[in-house]
Ligand binder design. Sequence first.
Ligand code: SF4
Ligand code: FES
Length: 216
Amino acid sequence: MVKRDRITITIDGRRRKAERGQSILEVAREAAIEIPTLCYHESLTPWGSCRLCVVEASQHGRTRVVASCVTPAEDGMVIKTNTQRIRDIRRMIITLLLARCPGLAILKNYANEFGIKRIPFEKGDEDCFLCGMCVRACSEIVGIGAIGFAHRGAKTEVEPPFGFASSACIGCGTCTTICPARTLTLEKVFARQTMHRGKDQIVGRCVVCETYYSGA
Ligand code: SF4
Ligand code: FES
């Protein structure tokens, strides 16, 4: 039997045993400590893009603010998950994301939870906050990689590679199921399934040969 390497950390004042290599988020969840996330899914490789899961981690006399989903817990670490500093960072992240995607329910719910009443930035009309779950699910769970990120900066979008229709897509809908924004949807149109992001069809099924394809 393989002997697991155990470590001890202190999280929100509670001493916890953990396996070496476990992330701070995993240890927190085992201890029933709630840390908000937007880009984490237990079935996918952690990505660390939204930063909503930040916590304060102290070790060797130094305190850092780290993303708990991609930071391994280390022996002797002292973690604080809900300090004023952390709450302020999370409020700013949700405020910025809401400015980008003002219509998304998941962000509005977090705004209510964090008491955000005002967005002091110019509002956009995006419906995707680029968590990357759909892209990772297509690649890691389905094993296909029919969609990915295209463009840069504020213009970044989820698209099929190079913006061209991809014959690799099998129309399984895994990306639509996993999308926390409910941005990607699978709809029945004339008994054929098509996948949409907002108003844009990104996956459809050829009416002649019935092969699924994706296209922005
Ligand atoms: S479409 Fe949904 S799952 Fe994909 S990156 Fe945007 S918010 Fe995340
Ligand atoms: S949940 Fe950790 S960075 Fe998004």
